[in-house]
Design a binder for this molecule. Structure first.
Ligand code: SF4
Length: 334
């Protein structure tokens, strides 16, 4: 691509003037960059900001986090979703403390759980000024629009791998951290998935998709295949206590989390349908029908671990997924 120096300069000038003032940018450190990058995977800035501030107040360093319990870490993360990120962040802090030094190479960072090519490049460039480009979904969108790339990609990951060479060429090697953050910021605020704000974009003079008049058509992806999953659960409420199932700490998914029990976890017939909960995780669409038991007395007599009767007043202290907390609150209100 021609005019790369002018493009880099326009991008950097825009970022320095227009960027949002975010705590990990204003008070940068390797630890703050790592925490923010883990929280930003799959999550918008506005959602994760209060979590980031709470987290940094509780555990302001790798050393402090390494001492935290898995239960406290999950509890602080609850509501943010994709909980393996919290467990991996704790393991990463423990590994850095054990290492006794901050790794100075992207390959070393990639040895840690939860750190892929993008996160390693983000940490190395933003916190350590190492010249490496980050490529995620936002940056794929900008790169395909800039170049008017008509190829059809399987998904964002395969597009990121295919576009890595172009993004490394695009990199401002004198200011790699700000360059990467500028592209992240541009993707989040200006070069949006639908209705990109080309009139406000510093890259407009260089952008083929904008010149085509239909930038929102880029990038091209194969259609996604969604799967539907139906689950049935019980809402057993008696004497101001609620029956919940607790996932074991070694469980692959939702370790340590409480949920409404599945119907098959109890030897009791279903009563009335109380609520139909819906949620999506990646390409899975869940529909969760929540029933009352036919007779609550039969349930009360037969429950044992991992099922627990939890006093309603203690629910706030438990670690629940966001959808389950919302559904339980709605059912308790009704
Ligand atoms: S000009 Fe429009 S399409 Fe091109 S990079 Fe900027 S916002 Fe995106």
């Amino acid at each position: 691509m021609e005019a790369l120096p002018a493009l880099r300069a326009a991008l950097l000038a825009w970022y320095r003037a227009e960027r949002r003032r975010l705590p990990w940018r204003e008070f940068p450190s390797v630890y703050a960059t790592v925490v923010s990058e883990f929280m930003l995977q799959q999550t918008q800035v506005d959602t994760m900001l209060p979590y980031f501030e709470r987290w940094m107040a509780l555990w302001p360093s790798f050393e402090a986090l390494a001492q935290a319990s898995p239960e406290a870490v999950l509890h602080t993360w609850q509501g943010l979703g994709y909980y393996s990120r919290a467990r991996n962040l704790l393991k990463l802090a423990q590994a850095v403390v054990q290492l006794g030094a901050i790794p100075g190479d992207p390959q070393q960072w990639r040895q840690f759980p939860g750190v892929g090519a993008y996160t390693a490049a983000a940490i190395m460039s933003i916190a350590l000024n190492f010249p490496i480009a980050c490529v995620d979904g936002n940056i794929v969108r900008i790169a395909t629009r800039l170049t008017g790339d008509h190829r059809c990609y399987k998904d964002s990951g395969s597009a990121a791998r295919a576009l890595d060479g172009f993004c490394q060429e695009l990199l401002n090697r004198e200011n790699p951290g700000d360059h990467n953050q500028a592209l992240m910021e541009l993707g989040a605020t200006v070069c949006r998935k639908s209705k990109p704000l080309c009139g406000l974009c510093p890259l407009r003079p260089f952008c083929k998709a904008s010149q085509s008049g239909t930038p929102e058509l880029f990038p091209h992806f194969e259609p996604k295949r969604f799967t539907s999953i139906q689950l049935e659960r019980f809402f057993c409420h008696k004497n101001d206590a609620l029956l919940l199932f607790r996932h074991g700490l070694e469980a692959r998914r939702l370790a340590g989390f409480y949920e409404l029990p599945l119907v098959e976890a109890l030897q009791t017939p279903k009563g009335a349908l109380l609520y139909l909960g819906k949620r999506s995780i990646s390409t899975q669409r869940f529909e969760e029908a929540i029933y009352a038991p036919k007779t609550i007395e039969a349930v009360a007599d037969t429950t044992a671990e991992p099922l627990f009767w939890v006093p309603i007043e203690h629910l706030g202290a438990l670690t629940l997924t966001g959808p389950h907390r919302r559904w339980i609150q709605a059912l308790l209100r009704s």
